[in-house]
Design a protein around this ligand. Structure first.
Ligand SMILES: [Zn+2]
Length: 78
């Protein structure tokens, strides 16, 4: 039996407030106070992107408008 710790999910973070929260880079720990998640939409999805000004790490999130209650994808790039 393996139990996975339940806690703050990416979805919960996404739906709470994209701005002000979660602007701390998971790679280098830089807090991007002046930054923000850039959001754009293609009609069926909202695409969020954040670039860390310190180390250049890019985080992307896709928010599916057609089923926003259950579909959130989070990807990270080096
Ligand atoms: Zn960083």
């Amino acid at each position: 039996m393996t139990h996975t710790a339940e806690g703050t999910t990416p979805f919960e973070r996404l739906t709470s407030h994209m701005e002000g929260e979660d602007l701390v880079c998971p790679d280098c720990g830089y807090e991007d106070n002046g930054g923000e998640w850039k959001a754009k939409t293609n009609g069926s999805q909202i695409l969020y992107r954040h670039l860390c000004p310190s180390c250049g790490a890019v985080r992307k999130r896709t928010f599916d408008l057609s089923d926003k209650a259950s579909t959130v994808a989070e990807t990270e790039e080096d």
